[in-house]
Design a protein around this ligand. Structure first.
Ligand code: ALG
Ligand code: ZN
Ligand code: ZN
Length: 319
């Protein structure tokens, strides 16, 4: 844990927020503060996608869109960057031509950051990276509860015989024993599957599902209550595939599916997780080439902001 005073973002009343290179929320770089409570880290990797490529540019698009974030979060009544040292750790640069090597590199680099005592707020990249991130987190905390926001299950087995893809990270994670199978939830799933077996396999792995339609019918508060009961006080990892949002709210993604959550619903569900033991999180699958007016990267930046706020509040409360 950092002992230094949190540095916080550049003051946008003194330096226009559009000036200078973008770090997440205009926060300091990790090398400027030495050690952080929350390390925001990019993973420019999209060699695991099954459809449109381009999520390798997602992290930097989120950083650009995050210039407009302000230091006080009224929805959680907290100034996250004053409560904890949050810093931008830059990118984990991985091999785009060798998925296996990339997965190993992400695990190693994430492990190094976690070893400093930081929690990770990862900006993806495609969903393949959730596997090495979970491996690194489980090495520290043991099997973790998983809350997975996505249009897709991502518990498929292989694509073209490949085990490490953006459609398969959570099956691999269950196989490896790095998830607490009593607390696994998908939120926002929808759209066509390959067959009924996809759901049967998923259920057998231990996942509970709150579909996109469930969120609409049952409402955010009831969904939050159900999720919180399932999570309890377990260490929690939250993985947000931005395609959980409707393509109207997140057009800039690789495998869009109609009928998704609104950004308001997603942000409200996340806020409802305040107080959960959030040990690390990711936001993945932002593909800026398909975006318009930064709709997707703005939504992703706010998603990371809410998650970071939860972590910062918890760090401050445990001091
Ligand atoms: N993780 C994401 N975004 N998509 C998985 C889709 C896998 C498929 O093409 O069936
Ligand atoms: Zn998805
Ligand atoms: Zn996904």
């Amino acid at each position: 844990m950092s002992s230094a005073q949190p540095r916080g973002p550049v003051d946008s009343s003194r330096v226009p927020r559009y000036a200078g290179p973008a770090t997440f929320a205009r926060l300091p770089r990790l090398d400027e503060v030495g050690i952080a409570d929350v390390a925001v880290v990019g993973v420019p990797f999209d060699s695991g996608v099954s459809y449109r490529p381009g999520a390798r540019f997602g992290g930097n698009a989120i950083r650009e869109a995050s210039r407009l974030l302000r230091p006080y979060n009224p929805a959680q009544d907290a100034s996250p960057f004053a409560l904890a040292q949050v810093a931008d750790a830059g990118d984990i640069a991985v091999n785009p031509f060798d998925i296996g090597e990339a997965v190993e590199s992400v695990q190693a680099a994430a492990g190094d950051l976690l070893d400093t005592g930081a929690r990770l707020m990862t900006l993806g990249g495609d969903h393949t990276i959730a596997l090495p991130l979970l491996r690194a987190v489980a090495r520290k905390h043991g099997p973790v509860a998983l809350l997975h926001f996505d249009a897709h299950l991502d518990t498929w087995d292989t694509y073209f015989g490949a085990a490490y893809t953006h459609g398969t990270p959570f099956r691999r994670a269950v196989e490896e024993g790095i998830l607490d199978t009593s607390a696994l939830s998908h939120v926002g799933t929808r759209g066509p599957l390959y067959g009924r077996k996809d759901l049967d396999d998923d259920e057998r792995m231990g996942f509970g599902i709150v579909t996109s339609a469930d969120v609409m019918r049952r409402g955010v508060d009831e969904v939050v209550q159900q999720l919180r009961e399932r999570i309890g006080d377990r260490p929690l990892y939250v993985s947000v595939d931005i395609d959980v949002l409707d393509p109207a709210h997140a057009p800039g993604t690789g495998t869009p599916e109609a009928g998704g959550l609104t950004s308001r619903e997603l942000l409200e569900i996340l806020r409802g997780l305040a107080g959960c033991r959030l040990v690390s999180a990711d936001v993945v699958e932002v593909a800026p080439a398909y975006d318009h007016a930064e709709i997707t990267s703005v939504a992703a930046s706010h998603t990371a902001y809410e998650l970071t706020t939860i972590m910062a509040r918890q760090i401050a409360a445990s001091r």
